[in-house]
Design a protein around this ligand. Structure first.
Ligand code: NAD
Length: 281
């Protein structure tokens, strides 16, 4: 599978595109928002330069990687794709609509994968005529750095699809783990209390975000929960929290916190808007 389509050129789509082009795949990166593709291309260029600066890529390899990237605003450009990785916002109705469109635009034997953090792969496969060829391929942020990729088996996903996605992840230097189609899969299920308990501490004025982050780092974590929310994007983190809460039939342990919504309402989405729990001037 060397011809790859990516839907959504945001934080994750551009990171996955970088991983793919630096491991030999031909990538068509698609987005609908004005400026998203240009901003993704600039970020990918910055990553290529950083890799060259560190001696991980030479100029010829970087040039070949650049030539493997194509930017697109038309799904028809996926007509030759062998695998599509969807990285659009965490909204089931939106993703289902995208999967309907992909089902029509892509070759019938192409695999349709989603980078969703928490939504049901089964529900995405169900709107296509090829649910056996729909699976989860969940990268972590930042995609160029993080090794883990969750490969998610929907109710109808075939063994062949799971094998193809796992092999692809390995070829791209990643470590695939096979997971069930359960809310939050492994990592976002395990990570929920990491964010939510921290938010409750701050919400009850027990401590402020820098204090919580400092204590959590002292326990051996690379980042505290508030720093990590800023990296992920508070809008993305809220959407995943709400989706998991609903998927577990409103289990109180998974209830999102009003502070998350307030920050999103204020437009403080983290690093990407220059301000979240911390400021990024
Ligand atoms: P983002 O908001 O940074 O990017 C989403 C992109 O999708 C935007 O560029 C937007 O213009 C584009 N888009 C919106 N509607 C579209 C459509 N109809 N067709 C094509 N593109 C469209 O979001 P993100 O952080 O990259 O998250 C994307 C997905 O990856 C979500 O499902 C999220 O849960 C998952 N994810 C996010 C992270 C993270 O840390 N941010 C980590 C792992 C997985």
């Amino acid at each position: 599978m060397e011809r790859v389509g990516i839907v959504g050129a945001g934080t994750m789509g551009r990171g996955i595109a970088y991983v793919a082009i630096t491991h030999g795949a031909q990538v068509t990166l698609y987005d609908v928002a004005p400026g998203a593709l240009e901003s993704a291309a600039a970020q990918i260029e910055a990553w290529l330069r950083e890799a060259m600066g560190k001696g991980r890529l030479d100029e010829a390899e970087a040039q070949r990687a650049r030539e493997r990237l194509r930017l697109s605003t038309a799904l028809e450009d996926f007509a030759q794709a062998e695998v599509i990785i969807e990285a659009a916002p965490e909204d089931l109705a939106l993703k289902q609509e995208i999967f309907r469109q992909l089902d029509r635009a892509c070759p019938p034997d192409a695999i349709l994968a989603s980078n969703t953090s928490s939504l049901s792969i089964t529900a995405l496969g169900a709107v296509t005529r090829r649910p056996e060829r729909v699976g989860g391929m969940h990268f972590f942020n930042p995609a160029p750095v993080m090794r883990l990729v969750e490969i998610v088996r929907g109710l109808a996903t075939s063994e062949e699809t799971l094998r193809a996605l796992s092999d692809l992840a390995r070829r791209w230097g990643k470590t695939p783990v096979l997971v069930k189609d359960t809310p939050g899969f492994i990592v976002n299920r395990v990570a929920r209390p990491f964010y939510l308990e921290a938010l409750r501490l701050v919400g009850e004025s027990v401590a402020d975000p820098p204090t919580v982050d400092r204590l959590v780092r002292a326990l051996g974590f690379r980042m505290g929960p508030f720093e990590l929310m800023d990296l992920i994007g508070l809008d993305v983190n809220l959407a995943v929290s709400e989706s998991l809460y609903r998927a577990f039939f409103e289990e109180p342990r998974f209830r999102p916190h009003p502070l998350q919504r307030q920050m999103v309402q204020a437009g403080r989405l983290g690093r990407k808007t220059g301000r979240g729990w911390y400021e990024y001037p």
